[in-house]
Ligand binder design. Structure first.
Ligand code: DMJ
Length: 467
């Protein structure tokens, strides 16, 4: 995993800076209308367990629960279940010290999780949710079978990389046959594997996973434009861009950038750090803009910098925290405030807005975690009360609008009053939203606040404190 160091152009807040920042974090007894931290942590845990029990009751062993109807959803492939919500929940339950539930979840995985089913799965989703979930489960519990399952799954995903003429991964692979498909892939799907594959290489002393991931990331960065911007999607077979728009921080490119920073941090990899800095400087130069006193990121032609759109996806709100962690703290804080104004307006963030016109382009709310993720990141970096306050507002809004007797559900329209409910608890709900909130308020003894590092799916990949 060694690489030649690239020059760094400004200080990046890594573990040392996080440590300094978090050492001074205030623990509150309930300032400015908030209950005490301990009370909030208890509320958050109670709501998490409400949702978990709903899943267990109606959909145990299936990927996802439909908490209104009591139905189930196969996330990866119709007719095949991986017990996704169980894998997603494992490290959150562990951080919340729910050891009976941890044992139940880990036992189920060891007995039933099948990494060799005859089904085509999306490589990106399988990596961040399943490989990441099994890795985190192993790091938290120390149960070797979780690592064995993880490795078997990763071995079955590898053909997506090794059968590709460009070494950029195909989008889909059949876990039993190794057949690959999906030759046009967005950036996030090409690069959001560095953490999971890098860590797996470390734990197994087998370089194939890391090498596949790093080769793909290197190939992408080599295709940057003369402005140091990246496009959105690539043709896996020719290795060429299929478009020329820089979408950062919207999907489907979002976590590509996140993994450059996080990979640099987790593995001390100077290439990844250098690439993150180079691409982030270009995004701040060509895409950042103020509208109505708020910071947003426009879409631009990656060769000319010409503006092509002003849409912002809710998923982009993760970028506030990433900017902070990467060393652009003031930009991160400003971008977070832009999202807070939307939260204050709608209480639940809509999926897509045009920030120039103020129009809501998609009024859905898919119980997404990105705003809470940034609240957690920025709170760790600054200790500022603003993030506890807004995190709690986010929690209250979700609790009062998306809670049902079977758990928590997505909503169809956040602009309707009352909001129109959907019928799904996405797997990531068990991995992310309430984990971030819990960690802000709980002073969790099993989380190392100095070095803890979470993946894009909220998986605890560093900083599990085992007694
Ligand atoms: C999650 O699977 C992850 O956070 C991913 O990085 C983006 N999409 C969802 C949540 O919105």
């Amino acid at each position: 995993m060694r690489s030649a160091p690239l020059p760094r152009r400004r200080t990046v807040l890594g573990a040392a800076a996080l440590a300094t920042a978090t050492a001074a974090l205030p623990r509150s007894a309930g300032a400015a209308g908030l209950p005490s931290d301990a009370e909030v942590a208890k509320e958050v845990r109670t709501e998490y367990l409400h949702s978990w029990e709903g899943y267990k009751r109606a959909a145990w062993g299936y990927d996802e629960v439909r908490p209104v109807s009591g139905g189930r959803n196969d996330f990866f492939a119709r007719g095949h279940s991986f017990g996704l919500s169980i894998v997603e929940a494992l490290d959150t339950l562990w951080l919340m010290e729910q050891d009976q539930e941890v044992a139940l979840a880990a036992d189920w995985i060891e007995a039933h999780f099948d990494p060799a089913v005859d089904a085509e799965v999306q490589v990106f989703e399988a990596v961040i949710r399943l490989v990441g979930g099994l890795l985190a489960g192993y790091l938290c519990t120390g149960r070797p079978k979780l690592l064995a399952r993880c490795r078997e799954l990763a071995d079955r995903l590898l053909p997506a990389f090794t059968r590709s003429p460009s070494r950029l991964p195909y989008r889909y692979v059949n876990l039993r046959t190794g057949a690959v498909s999906g030759s046009t892939s967005p950036l996030a799907e090409v690069g959001t594997n560095l953490l999971e594959f890098g860590l797996l290489s470390r734990l197994t002393d087998d370089d194939r996973y890391w090498s596949a991931a790093k080769t793909a990331a290197r190939a992408v960065v080599a295709k940057r434009s003369s402005l140091d911007l990246l496009g959105t999607s690539l043709d896996i077979e020719s290795g060429r861009w299929t478009d020329g728009t820089s979408e950062l921080p919207n999907p489907p490119v979002d976590s590509f950038y996140e993994y450059l920073w996080a990979g640099g941090e987790l593995f001390g990899d100077a290439d990844l750090r250098g690439w993150y800095r180079l691409l982030t400087d270009a995004a701040l130069k060509y895409q950042a803009e103020q509208q109505g006193g708020h910071l947003w990121f426009r879409q631009v032609d990656f060769s000319t910098g010409k503006v092509t759109g002003r849409e912002q996806s809710e998923l982009g709100s993760f970028y506030a925290g990433l900017l902070g962690k990467g060393g652009d703290l003031e930009s991160g804080r400003a971008y977070y405030r832009s999202w807070t104004t939307l939260l204050d307006r709608y209480q639940l963030l809509p999926e897509l807005v045009d920030y120039a016109t103020g129009h809501v382009r998609s009024p859905r709310n898919d119980l997404r975690p990105e705003y809470a993720n940034s609240a957690f990141d920025l709170w760790r970096l600054t200790g500022a009360d603003e993030y506890r306050q807004t995190a709690y507002r986010y929690f209250q809004a979700v609790q009062s609008r998306q809670r049902v007797s079977g758990g928590y559900t997505v909503t169809e329209d956040v602009t309707a009053s009352p909001v129109r409910l959907g019928d799904l608890t996405p797997g990531y709900w068990f991995a992310e939203n309430l984990k971030y909130l819990y960690l802000i308020f709980a002073a969790a003894p099993r989380f190392d606040y100095r070095t803890g590092l979470l993946s894009t799916e909220g998986k605890l990949l560093r900083g599990a404190v085992r007694s």
